[in-house]
Design a protein around this ligand. Structure first.
Ligand code: SF4
Length: 322
């Protein structure tokens, strides 16, 4: 069996809470709590959950933009947590990231050509000015922009175009994996579809793998081969996309799916409304973190943490009752 491109095992990230004059640590926010998953070359794993569930932190830990507290991140057989200096720079060529807010992530004082070409300079990927220019133009055209856009500045573009610039910047170094951190959340629905289609086309063309982070299951449905659902720092369900959408097993996934609109007006789906808000990760509930909001919770649920078990081939669920 081929090794996955990326393997994440028992990943945790705790952010210290400090208070008082001396800023002593008085607690910790357990943003990511024992997360395991893998991504094969050329595939997309969707990572979904409400805001604050730890999905973006997980993505940033993979790239070491945030240092994990514990756990293993193995990329192409290399332990990412042990890398530094040149090896870490090389990793950041193989793994790129696209951010949610394409405007905030583009330097407003740099031209689009300079933004896209910056990584070519850092990684010494263009030997001459001509080569640099040709590569920037080719990247712009690859993402559906025009050659003369390279002399313009980010504020001259729409949100969708700015996200295309972010994608071109990520592609410049020919990565193998892109962390897509809510790349369409800030865009209109019609533009969202265009950007997702573009990402799918690029995946076909370049054999890219994606970790696609989103708060909405409908966004990741078509682009993901598998989907993992996170709740308060833990993965509660993970399955092939088709299996997860056709027969979700975890009550939280059921509730998330019930909120996804169905295009066929004849098909009715009953909306499951969850009570209460997502609890604070600084003070999570005991046992199953979901027990206070779960419509089928039993006394055991507040006492024991349910393990993520495989319930059918490739369908994993963390629930005492499923
Ligand atoms: Fe609900 Fe209990 Fe399952 Fe958690 S373990 S999802 S509280 S039934």
């Amino acid at each position: 069996m081929r090794e996955p491109l990326l393997k994440v095992e028992s990943l945790t990230k705790a952010f210290p809470i400090r208070s008082g004059l001396l800023k002593r640590q008085t607690g910790a926010v357990q943003a990511v709590n024992g997360v395991d998953f893998h991504i094969d070359a050329g595939e997309t794993l969707g990572l979904v959950g409400e805001s604050g569930c730890g999905k973006s932190t997980t993505g940033r830990c993979v790239l070491r933009l945030i240092e994990p507290t514990s756990g293993d991140i193995i990329f192409e057989g290399k332990n990412v947590r042990a890398l530094d200096g040149g090896a870490l720079r090389a990793l950041r060529r193989d793994i790129q990231i696209i951010f949610q807010d394409p405007y905030a992530s583009l330097n407003p004082r740099m031209s689009v050509g300079a933004i896209i070409g910056e990584a070519l300079v850092i990684h010494k990927l263009a030997k001459t000015g001509r080569e640099f220019d040709d590569r920037v133009v080719s990247l712009l055209e690859t993402v559906g922009l025009k050659a003369d856009h390279r002399t313009r500045f980010p504020h001259e573009f729409s949100g969708g175009q700015r996200q295309r610039i972010g994608i071109a910047r990520a592609l410049a170094v020919e990565p193998k994996l892109i962390i897509c951190d809510e790349p369409v959340s800030a865009l209109d629905v019609s533009i969202q579809a265009q950007v997702i289609n573009l990402l799918e086309d690029l995946q076909q063309k370049f054999g890219l793998a994606y970790l696609f982070v989103a708060h909405d299951l409908s966004v990741v449905e078509h682009i993901s081969r598998r989907v993992a659902v996170m709740y308060l720092g833990r993965i509660v369900e993970m399955a092939e996309s088709r299996a997860l959408y056709a027969s979700p097993k975890h009550p939280y996934t059921e509730a998330l799916l019930s909120a996804v609109p169905i295009p066929d007006p004849k098909v009715k789906r009953q909306r499951i409304r969850l009570s209460g808000e997502v609890p604070s990760p600084a003070n999570p509930p005991s046992g199953c973190h979901f027990h206070a909001r779960c419509p089928i919770a039993k006394p055991l649920c507040s006492k024991e943490v349910p393990k993520l078990k495989q319930s059918a081939d490739g369908h994993w669920v963390a629930c005492h009752l499923r």
